[in-house]
Design a protein around this ligand. Sequence first.
Ligand code: SF4
Ligand code: SF4
Length: 403
Amino acid sequence: MKKNHQHSPWVQPARLVVQLAFLAFATFAAWRHQVLGGGPDGSAPVDALCPFGGLEALFKFVSSGEFIQRLNTSDFVLLAGTIVLALTLGRYFCGWICPLGTLQELARKLGQKLFRKVRITLPARIDSPLRWLKYVVLVWALVFTWKTGTLIIRPYDPWAAYAHGFAGWSEVWAEFSAGVSILLGSLIIGLFIDRVFCKYLCPLGAFLGLTAKLGLFSIKRNGEGCLVCNKCEKTCPVNIPIMAMHAVRSAECIGCLTCTTTCPTGKKGTADEGRTFLLPAIAGRQIRPAMVGWAGLAIFIGMIGSAQLTGYWRTQPASIVAAVTSAGQLDAQAIRGYMTLEDVSKSYGFELDKLYRELGISEQKVPATSKCKEIGKLLGLSESEFDTQKVRDAVVRLQNKGK
Ligand code: SF4
Ligand code: SF4
């Protein structure tokens, strides 16, 4: 047999470094937005940094030419990046980039430390039907977001819950109780079961899996030299029956390469040194695992960088005045939580007094420099009792009165 690729023992440590770097960046971006505040000149909201938001927005944008609240072109760029990745390198985004995937892997590592090697695998009769759940979530999220024009999945999104954690427990619980429960549930169950949210619930994972099936990536197994040790299957976090396949082209494969780096064939000191029998492949041609790592980073970072250079990377509305309804009025839905009452009054052309009266609040309790998202707190109300939507509604009423 021809000399094959050498093992790359540093691929998994390198993958962990990449995952931690993206997790750290995403966490920092969330902290910056929550603590330092957003705004046209401020930091990006977490919703503008999510490829799934891009998929939801695409439906709305194609049908009406409007953006969904909180989203912008950055979501489309990220979506395009993950699609290109999925077509070339499978679910690289899931295995190397997604911060939620990383949190689950960290939980699993902690579980292995705390509970030795306990690893629970659900029996097939439970596992198989549960895997379909993520496709149901995908269809539900897309259909209802398109119909309502709002991010229907947001309150249930564990990443949004994580990213809003810096706003404080009471705020995050008020807005994201479902998302917090899913996040904590996934991490606690994730101590024993690998990637539980990815396998059963994630709509983005479902979409990327289907896209990857159309693409070039596979994990190719050369049965001739296989030692039938079963290590690849035992370590696969999404439990793919690798031993029964010549090439893994499953929508479940997250491209983590754990199987290829665990495969003992080709390791130093073995009879087949230098000839590895389980490797990633593009269009059927086996490549080094390290190449997958580098190529994925180059594609993803390259696409974001190009979008920034060409001005397509926008995470904030350039100007609220640009948002106009079909009736020719300034669109009240463009009002954001970071805007102050003064901003709203100036931008929408209403006197502050009128705005106060319409909102039923007083300047003594809520100064004009208060941000819309802070008003509820100043009045001693929860976010569900007084949120930014109340200000939008008040502006719409004033616009209607002025007709
Ligand atoms: S399946 Fe979802 S949560 Fe899991 S890594 Fe992929 S995108 Fe992230
Ligand atoms: S088949 Fe290999 S690359 Fe795919 S998820 Fe399983 S271990 Fe990771």
